[in-house]
Write a protein that binds this ligand. Structure first.
Ligand SMILES: [Fe+2]
Ligand SMILES: [Fe+2]
Length: 245
């Protein structure tokens, strides 16, 4: 091998090694590791597990804003933006529009399972209580029709989960609780605007929502993830999802 070939080979090996370590680290954080199998030993001498920025992801600014998370971690976020625009066009108030814009950020950037609950917790310190409440319960409301606003059980759910799927009892319980709550309609409106927000031909720019977010989302000056809010660590995990610890 020439010197150049050797250098190339060494670089390739380094990249592969990085992948190996990163992949292991991902497995620890995503819950995809089989918990019955013992965790592997520490890496070989001179090699280290990932403890910061993952080079496979875009680097985030030092004081990240909500929009930075949309740009670098939540993409493609067409679905939530279409949903927010639909709400806006229908004349919904700003809380509903913001709730629509944020309703699935957990699916896009954090955890899919129980995304309504996780999504609500993520934004709770920064939005009006009604907004996070609506996000929390939209997940359950999606499964239950409301003829008064023309909301039917989604066709897409039949395709996704099969015709016989029945939501867990806790989902039904939370639906019943939400149904009787003063803020029910705020959450219901997420599901109304959610249903049709999957048009591949509609392009929405994030900047459409600059003013609504500016007025209704308390952006921490330290950046999301670096303030001391109860959900700051969750934003940090979205920023550095593969940290070993
Ligand atoms: Fe959702
Ligand atoms: Fe959605």
């Amino acid at each position: 091998m020439t010197t150049l070939e050797r250098a190339d080979a060494a670089e390739r090996a380094m990249i592969e090694e990085l992948d190996r370590i990163v992949v292991k680290s991902v497995i620890y954080t995503s819950g995809e590791r089989d918990p019955r199998v013992p965790v592997p030993r520490p890496p070989d001498q001179g090699k280290f597990y990932m403890m910061g920025h993952d080079p496979r992801l875009p680097r985030m600014p030092a004081t990240p804003t909500l929009f930075d998370f949309f740009r670098y971690r939540f993409g493609p976020s067409n679905h939530v933006m279409q949903s927010a625009r639909l709400a806006q066009k229908s004349g919904a108030n700003e809380k509903v529009v913001l709730a629509c814009l944020l309703h699935d950020i957990s699916v896009a950037g954090f955890i899919r399972g129980d995304h309504g609950y996780w999504g609500a917790q993520l934004v709770e310190p920064y939005v009006d209580a009604e907004v996070s409440w609506a996000i929390r319960y939209h997940q359950a409301l999606r499964f239950f029709p409301d003829e008064s606003v023309g909301y039917r059980y989604p066709e897409s759910y039949v395709k996704l989960f099969g015709p016989d799927y029945k939501p867990e009892p806790y989902i039904e319980r939370d639906y019943r609780y939400a149904r009787e709550h003063t803020w029910y309609m705020t959450s219901r409106l997420i599901t109304v605007n959610d249903l049709y927000a999957f048009d591949p031909n509609v392009q929405v720019q994030l900047e459409e929502f600059t003013d609504i977010v500016g007025r209704n989302f308390k952006q921490p000056k330290e950046g999301l993830g670096f303030d001391a809010s109860p959900s700051a660590h969750m934003w940090r995990t979205m920023m550095w999802p593969t940290k070993y610890l």
